[in-house]
Design a protein around this ligand. Structure first.
Ligand code: SME
Length: 318
């Protein structure tokens, strides 16, 4: 299963920015280039004229089982002045604008949430662009890993920041991954030899709920053209969900996992409980057809991300 993810960040001069991001544990690959401009394959000199529309950007690949998108964005905001328009450090021009460019639309709610949280820290508005990645052209080789080849080279970021990035750990994600891998083994042995699907769902929900102390953990089963409440742990819940309705009905209709960091931002979310603030819904399939969904709710924002998705998809595959 391919779990690595991509993200494109414009944070001023890409020499220092790449050096910063590559220190973060869980970032497995970086390259620098030019993002979201209007000319194909521009040279550094062309971008430098500030007429091609590109931003100097770093392409990051990361392992979401080690580091979350939210953590990466937290680190990103440590390396930029998000209120500064077209200038970072002494570098000025639209090519030095700040931007978060995503290649997976499912990243957008996480980026929005991080932007909201960051904006609350400033009186001035944020100048960070949030856009889908339109294009990315890798820069000339001598720009790649520039500060590794030129340790005394120009850098707009303080050296202390590199140390900070190197020492930091996304402990929440690392611990979560470890817990899931244990729980997965427990569920495997618990279900061993049991063929009744209700009994299997009941104990899986109980074990997940107990381990992670979620707000609501349970299943909805496909019955005709609606979902019907199945075994669960937590407060009473709505019993019928039509196809295409709410997070559950949408995950069923689209036959894919939906991760919702803020339920208020999900159009049509069904609030069985006012306390629920984030949610993940994972389809359970039999011969490729959705036969049920695993639904988990949390009382906190952004409890679930790609790490949960990865592990919970393994749980339902059992
Ligand atoms: N929130 C879900 C409904 C189920 S409860 O969360 C238990 C939804 O929008 O589908």
């Amino acid at each position: 299963m391919q779990t690595e993810k991509d993200l494109y960040l414009a944070a001023g001069c890409f020499w220092g920015a790449e050096h910063f991001f590559k220190q973060i544990q869980g970032v497995t690959f970086t390259e620098v280039g030019f993002a979201n401009g209007h000319a194909d394959n521009p040279s550094y000199e062309q971008v430098y004229t500030d007429t091609t529309g590109h931003a100097e950007a770093v392409h990051l690949r990361y392992d979401p089982l080690q580091v979350s998108l939210s953590y990466l964005l937290e680190m990103y905001f440590k390396a930029v002045d998000p209120t500064s328009l077209n200038q970072q450090g002494e570098d000025r021009g639209t090519r030095y604008r700040t931007g978060i460019y995503y290649s997976d639309p499912d990243d957008l709610p996480f980026i929005r949430l991080a932007m909201q949280q960051e904006a609350a820290r400033y009186a001035l508005p944020l100048q960070v662009e949030v856009l889908p990645l339109q294009c990315f052209f890798r820069a000339e080789d001598y720009h790649q890993d520039y500060l590794d080849s030129n340790p005394d080279g120009y850098c707009h970021l303080p050296l202390s920041l590199f140390e900070y990035a190197r020492k930091g750990r996304d402990t929440a994600t690392l611990q979560k991954s470890e817990q899931y891998s244990l729980v997965l083994k427990q569920i495997q042995s618990l279900l061993d030899g049991e063929t009744d699907s209700i009994a299997r769902m009941a104990n899986t929900a109980a074990l997940l709920h107990e381990t992670f102390r979620f707000w609501w953990t349970g299943y909805y089963r496909v019955e005709g053209d609606e979902l019907l409440l199945g075994p669960f742990q937590g407060p009473v819940a709505c019993m019928h969900i039509p196809i295409g309705k709410g997070v559950c009905g949408t995950a069923w209709q689209q036959n894919r996992t939906l991760v919702v960091p803020d339920v208020e931002q999900f159009p049509g979310h069904i609030a069985c409980s006012a306390a629920s603030r984030s949610e993940i819904v994972v389809p359970v399939r039999s011969d490729g057809k959705v036969v049920a969904v695993l639904d988990i709710d949390s009382q906190h924002l952004a409890t679930f991300d790609y790490c949960d998705r990865h592990w919970l998809e393994q749980v339902v595959a059992l």
